[in-house]
Ligand binder design. Structure first.
Ligand code: SF4
Length: 308
């Protein structure tokens, strides 16, 4: 196929090569594990079954999951599941230990396989809630194709500054693309996040924004845009940025300051956002995944719920 799954539309023939995302045709997953660190309505008491796909269509220079997003060796030991059947089996086994909910993490470049994965689970008598955990750089066609298979969208909204998006994520059009994608998700799901008797969400959207050091203005603009779309959207404001490597530009070599984060959290409430979670600044130390371990995440998230 000439791939146009994501807005890069690089038209790579993934049967014979890889595109910008580094992914070939067969879906590759690094880890399928219990994850306690997501927002409470998608974690419940036992945690979510998270499926961490290898490769990524954004290649952010500060990626917090860089071990698996930038993989270029197809024989890497960090790829533990290859193909739909192996992924379905891994999910089925992990669901025995989690809530009845599956998170597809960084799935965009394998979105064409999501229907087969979900149908494979149904054939085994499993009907988990499905969460699409994405960097937010999505095409409308792909989101419309996914609509029957995804219950909850969990998109990042990283940038409103096109130059920042270009410098950090190679995607100058990120602001317009991500906003269009969020509107499509909103059209599909609305702003409600209904939960069952155990507090587990079964439909909706949670928008995530990771505040980057030295980029407060970008964060304020992102929150403004979300509030313009609907102040009733659930937003998770994240403070967990940690420099993943040395030599990063600007101020990416450090963590957030209290003052920076306070400006963003103050703005969050000032513009009327009132649903979601504000991560504690101390989470910077808690979210450094180790993908050489099958259980890449163990820590809890340090989220403070805003008013509902
Ligand atoms: S999913 Fe990968 S190969 Fe396909 S258009 Fe996007 S970057 Fe290119």
């Amino acid at each position: 196929m000439k791939c146009e799954l994501c807005p890069k539309a690089c038209k790579a023939d993934r049967a014979v090569t890889v595109g910008f995302c580094g992914a070939s045709a067969e879906p590759e997953v690094s880890t399928i594990c219990v994850h306690q660190g997501e927002e409470p309505p998608i974690c419940g008491k036992k945690g979510i079954c998270n499926v961490f796909f290898a490769h990524c269509n954004l290649q952010c220079i500060y990626c917090q999951n860089g071990d698996i997003s930038t993989l270029s060796d197809p024989t890497s030991a960090l790829i533990r599941y290859r193909g739909v059947d192996a992924i379905v089996e891994g999910i089925a086994q992990t669901l025995k230990r989690t809530e009845n909910i599956v998170g597809f993490v960084t799935p965009t470049h394998y979105a064409n396989h999501i229907p087969a994965i979900v149908e494979g689970l149904h054939q085994r008598g499993l009907s988990p809630i499905t969460v699409y955990n994405t960097g937010g750089y999505e095409s409308i066609n792909t989101l419309q194709m996914l609509a029957p298979y995804i219950d909850i969208y969990l998109p990042d909204f990283k940038y409103m500054d096109p130059q920042l998006a270009l410098r950090y994520s190679h995607a100058q059009d990120y602001p317009t693309v991500a906003l269009k994608a969020l509107k499509e998700m909103y059209n599909q799901k609305g702003s409600a996040l209904p939960t069952d008797d155990d507090g587990l969400a079964y439909r909706g959207i949670i928008v995530r924004h990771l505040v980057l050091p030295g980029q407060v203005e970008n964060s304020l603009a992102v929150l403004d845009e979300i509030a313009d779309l609907s102040p009733n959207l659930h937003v998770a404001l994240m403070a967990q940025y940690f420099p993943p490597t040395e030599g990063l530009p600007d101020q990416l070599g450090r963590t957030l300051t209290e003052e920076e984060y306070a400006r963003v959290t103050d703005h969050f409430y000032a513009i009327g956002l009132h649903r979601g979670w504000v991560q504690e600044l101390s989470a910077q130390q808690s979210f450094r995944p180790d993908f050489t371990q099958q259980q890449a995440f163990e820590m809890n998230v340090g989220l403070t719920q805003s008013t509902n």
